[in-house]
Design a protein around this ligand. Structure first.
Ligand code: ZN
Length: 274
């Protein structure tokens, strides 16, 4: 049974064990005026217990911050129906578009049945675009970035030295860069390690600089592979989940290196679109 993990005074993470595709983390920060929720998980069986735990805090739920547009972070926006929703322009655009539900089913077959419920329920849209770094509440800074997607947002809570990184961090799980830029992403991680000692990733358990450096080394290996997935050397990633993503990450890096910003063929295949 998942529960809120307290990381500091009024700051909690909701860690979903595993962290494979569709299994993400979320966060909660309590300010004087009420609660900010960071990401909303994907399907009802995930966000119902999370929303119940937030409700049990017995405080007004004021804000939702979406770290990026991927459905495993945005699917539960209706679980917090009265919040202002902060997100990047890209997140807003995606939430205002039709859900590619068949692609979700193909890519995340474990949730196939629940996606029908999600399609019927729908999501809420972004109400407030985050276009630059901002002090969102007395406790919370939002920091836009790119790397995993074009519209990543990190959520920093300096008074407890915690940063919710969204999918700029995957710990114990292979990152997925089908819409990202592995080279840029690796460089961004230099800044991430300086933000806070305690990093809540989008997928996997809490971590810090060591885990970020491993992720950075892996992403650089994907770039250096120049399209040859077999040239990724042995490393800490040998124990990570979802290594089938190597192919996608290496293909994406090689495409970007030649100026091609499309979704890799290997990802289209994984989504049943190729
Ligand atoms: Zn993502």
């Amino acid at each position: 049974m998942t529960s809120l993990t307290q990381l500091g005074d009024g700051v909690y993470a909701w860690f979903q064990p595993g962290g494979e595709s569709g299994v993400s983390n979320a966060g909660v920060v309590v300010d004087a005026d009420g609660v900010t929720v960071i990401d909303t998980l994907m399907v009802r069986s995930q966000w119902e217990p999370f929303a119940a735990a937030v409700e049990a805090l017995d405080l007004p739920v004021k804000r939702t911050i979406l770290t990026h547009a991927h459905i495993d972070h945005c699917g539960g926006t209706k679980a917090f129906p009265k919040t202002a929703i902060f997100g990047a322009q890209q997140t807003s655009d995606v939430l205002d578009s039709a859900m590619p539900i068949d692609a979700y089913k193909a890519f995340m077959p474990a949730f196939e049945e629940e996606f029908d419920d999600l399609e019927e329920l729908g999501t809420r849209g972004v109400t407030h675009i985050v276009s630059g770094p901002a002090q969102l509440t007395p406790r919370i800074e939002v920091l836009p970035a790119t790397g995993h997607t074009e519209g990543d947002i990190m959520v920093l809570v300096p008074d407890v030295d915690v940063c919710f990184t969204g999918d700029l961090c995957f710990f114990g799980v292979t990152p997925l860069a089908f819409q990202g830029d592995p080279a840029v992403w690796a460089d961004v991680l230099d800044a991430v390690v300086d933000l806070a000692d305690v990093l809540v990733p989008g997928h996997g358990p809490v971590g810090g600089e060591r885990e970020v450096r491993e992720l950075q080394t892996y992403l650089r290996a994907c770039v250096d592979a120049q399209g040859d997935v077999h040239s990724i050397p042995p490393g800490p990633w040998d124990s990570w989940l979802d290594r089938e993503r190597d192919v996608i990450n290496v293909e994406r890096a090689a495409m970007l290196a030649r100026g091609d910003d499309e979704i890799p063929f290997s990802m289209l295949e994984a989504m049943g679109l190729a």
